[in-house]
Design a protein around this ligand. Structure first.
Ligand SMILES: [Zn+2]
Length: 192
């Protein structure tokens, strides 16, 4: 989410006619969510405080535990080894969460935006050549490749650049001969 709107409240997103400034956030959300928002009547009375809350917990505060509960309820593979690998990483929570979204192919790439009717061009904005899907933006784009070419030993590059998304993530998050690799990999993926 862009830093400019990460702390947005409803008041901030309203225009002078009590409508919403859709341009601030509509490109970030799928169509079904946008329709739900459009169907809501937004009123802010004195009895309610306009503030950010996390819907996944009863007190409104964000916690990893509440995310775990939501995932369990969604029937995701919480006991899956990959999940444990991610959560054991000694990395900031935002990086681990980002990697988890990646394993579920939940990054809002241009290819996803086109599928959801939020954009018309699925191309990568960096190389302006290939379709921007998760693997492209994190590994296969020529700009991402420049980074990986410097980090991944030459002998391992053939495998590194050909694995499908989930296997690629899993194999790079596993403990390896280079103990620092899982955290180095996670950090590189985060910054790409
Ligand atoms: Zn590209």
């Amino acid at each position: 989410m862009p830093p400019s709107i990460i702390d947005c409240t409803v008041t901030y997103c309203r225009d002078e006619n009590n409508g919403l400034k859709w341009e601030l956030f509509s490109y970030l959300l799928p169509e079904d969510i946008l329709k739900s928002i459009a169907a809501c009547e937004i009123t802010i009375g004195d009895e309610w405080k306009d503030e950010l809350i996390w819907d996944g917990s009863t007190h409104g505060g964000f916690s990893v535990k509440s995310v775990l509960i939501i995932i369990q309820n969604e029937g995701s593979e919480i006991s899956d080894g990959l999940w444990r690998q991610i959560w054991r990483l000694k990395a900031p929570q935002r990086m681990r969460f980002f990697i988890w979204l990646t394993t579920h192919d939940r990054l809002m790439t241009n290819a996803h935006r086109v599928k959801r009717g939020l954009a018309t061009d699925p191309k990568c904005k960096s190389c302006i050549y290939e379709e921007e899907d998760t693997l492209h933006i994190l590994r296969d784009c020529i700009y991402a490749r420049e980074v990986w070419n410097k980090l991944v030993p030459v002998a391992e590059q053939d495998t590194f650049f050909t694995l499908p998304l989930n296997t690629w993530l899993r194999s790079n998050l596993e403990k390896s001969a280079r103990p620092i690799w899982p955290i180095l990999f996670t950090t590189a993926v985060w910054w790409l």
